[in-house]
Design a protein around this ligand. Structure first.
Ligand code: ACO
Ligand code: LMR
Length: 264
């Protein structure tokens, strides 16, 4: 009989061997003919299934809302400096992407992990926040450099509005809002930020869509899929900043001495 040689790679998300490439078993022609969007492609390649329209729309809204947040944030700043050092598109892009992490844009997975754990264990917002404080951990998804209780993040409001209208249930989001109410009572800068909003709402998406088993949800959260949304989204803006600097023929960046405190 036939002997199957052992393979060095196992892959389950796409296949380019046939007449046309398939994403998650769906041929490219169906993707185009059925008017699929980038949310559907993410569903097929990341989650290996077609998700309902409101889910793919939510994914697309996350990507649009996180695509850019001006030139002053960590990622754009790095990209701008790198582009002005004469580096190429990929170098400028990854220089910006490398700033995405626990403080900037990359708190979505941890927000989902901590909110889920706290909600599932029935902790009140007070118990949750104070237990984090005791452990010396800042609550992921809470806090912002420029947003305040009286100057909320519009992106968060838009995501919440969409979810309240289209999701079957928003229990994790409501929990995150209660956590925010408590943290805001401690300090005006401790708003629910866009990472926290996406983290909590994605828990609702995973739990409410009926498309994932409990075990699959745990795996998605444990592996950490959700920061991928910010990485993907912000790449759009970082590429834009690279082109912008090159179009504007900006010279090598040097930080002004006056803005540095030289001290011993
Ligand atoms: N949980 C608890 N307390 C907090 C938090 C938080 N998430 N954020 C700030 N504080 C409190 C702390 O007391 C902190 O003091 P410390 O330095 O002794 O810990 C104090 O507020 C500092 O406040 P700020 O100076 O306003 O905060 P900073 O500008 O240093 O940080 C940041 C802003 C990085 C966003 C912070 O709030 C944080 O770490 N949040 C958690 C991570 C997160 O969600 N990041 C994503 C932000 S949104 C985005 O990047 C797209
Ligand atoms: C962002 O989306 O980049 C921000 O929320 C971070 C910031 O400081 O504005």
């Amino acid at each position: 009989g036939k002997v199957r040689a052992p393979t060095h790679i196992i892959s389950t998300i796409s296949d380019d061997r046939g007449e046309e490439p398939c994403y998650g078993g769906v041929p490219m022609s169906s993707i185009v003919e059925q008017g699929y969007g980038v949310g559907d492609v993410i569903s097929l390649l990341w989650f290996k299934r077609s998700l309902p329209r409101y889910c793919t729309q939510f994914i697309e809204i996350c990507i649009m809302l996180c695509a850019d947040h001006g030139p002053c944030v960590s990622g754009a700043h790095n990209t701008i400096v790198t582009a002005r050092a004469g580096k190429d598109l990929v170098s400028s892009l990854v220089s910006g992407l490398l700033t995405i992490g626990p403080r900037f844009g990359g708190a979505i997975d941890d927000a989902a992990r901590y909110f889920k754990d706290a909600y599932d264990r029935g902790l009140s917002p007070y118990e949750f926040v104070e237990s984090m404080k005791k452990k010396g951990i800042r609550v992921p998804g809470i806090g912002h450099r420029i947003k305040r209780g009286d100057n909320r993040d519009k992106r968060v409001e838009l995501l919440q509005k969409f979810a309240r209208t289209h999701f079957p249930a928003v229990k994790y989001m409501e929990y995150a809002v209660q956590v925010e109410t408590y943290t805001l009572s401690k300090s005006n800068n401790l708003v629910l930020n866009v990472d926290g909003a996406i983290g909590s709402l994605f828990l609702d998406l995973l739990a409410g869509s009926g498309m994932f088993t409990k075990q699959e949800i745990d795996e998605i959260i444990e592996i950490g899929y959700l920061n991928g949304l910010f990485v993907l989204a912000r790449s759009i803006g970082l590429i834009g900043h690279t082109f912008d600097q090159k179009r504007l023929k900006q010279p090598l960046y040097r930080h002004p001495w006056e803005d540095v405190l030289y001290t011993k």
